[in-house]
Write a new protein. Structure first.
Length: 258
């Protein structure tokens, strides 16, 4: 077995929304595989705390941080300029930043649902396009988009969120085909309920949690590290023949029948 197939030494990875939850777990996982990791998040204090945590955990690792809002066009360009300044192109882009506001479809103000699309979908599309020249500096590079099971079926998360994630999954398929000749693999993961700060409110309701667990064959909520492991695998040389896929990290939720 070639051990290099399971390592990311010398590779540069950008993770958005990397200060907490799934994004922080992804940054930790990629560091563990030897990558140099760049993390971006809106909250500068939370981001610096996350960077310090990872630096302490990986004293010989290389973790760098920049505060920025990927939903803002000017800041997206500043982020990519920063990435370009780091060195020789980019090997990995993880589009993890996202947000939601759950309402009935008729109750959204226009600016509310448009913001969901800006954060969840348009930022990932634009960052992928801006990163393309950096990714193609290498013979093989990878984009992983963090989608959601809500892009596959209804999960009470609100119509705009599900719509934005479904579009992200289709974007993944389209870019995978278009950019295969450039050596850029594009995949996605689709988590179900994962134990993060964002989900803690809903999961603290015992009745709601019971409903979630009844629809989850494995009978538990997922952990950020379990999503991060799937993301990291898709970035590894071992996954070199996988592109255009969306892997559900859902404890069997999408396969549940009656």
């Amino acid at each position: 077995m070639d051990p290099h197939r399971w390592r990311l030494d010398g590779q540069l990875a950008l993770v958005t929304g990397g200060s907490a939850g799934i994004g922080l777990a992804v940054a930790r996982e990629l560091l563990g595989f030897g990558a140099t990791v760049l993390v971006v998040a809106r909250n500068a204090d939370a981001l610096e705390s996350a960077r310090d945590e990872l630096a302490e955990e990986f004293p010989s690792g290389d973790i760098r941080a920049m505060a920025g809002d990927v939903a803002d066009e000017e800041q997206r360009r500043e982020i990519l300029d920063w990435v370009e300044d780091q060195g020789d192109g980019l090997n990995i882009l993880v589009n993890n930043a996202g947000g939601n506001l759950t309402r009935a479809a008729t109750d959204y103000a226009e600016d509310e649902w448009r913001e969901i699309f800006e954060v969840n979908l348009f930022s990932a599309f634009e960052l992928s396009r801006y990163a393309h020249p950096l990714l193609t500096q290498h013979a093989a590079s990878s984009i992983v988009n963090v989608g959601s099971v809500s892009g596959e079926t209804h999960v009470r998360s609100g119509a705009p969120y599900g719509m934005s994630k479904a579009a992200m999954h289709q974007m993944t398929r389209n870019l995978a085909v278009e950019w295969a000749e450039d050596g850029v693999r594009v995949n996605a993961v689709a988590p179900w309920y994962i134990r993060t700060r964002r989900t803690s409110g809903k999961l603290s309701d015992p009745d709601y949690l019971d409903d979630v667990l009844l629809r989850t064959p494995m009978g538990r909520v997922g952990e950020p590290e379990e999503v991060a492991a799937a993301v990291a695998f898709l970035c590894l040389p071992a996954a070199a023949y996988i592109t255009g896929e969306c892997i559900a990290v859902d404890g069997g939720f999408l396969r549940y029948g009656f």
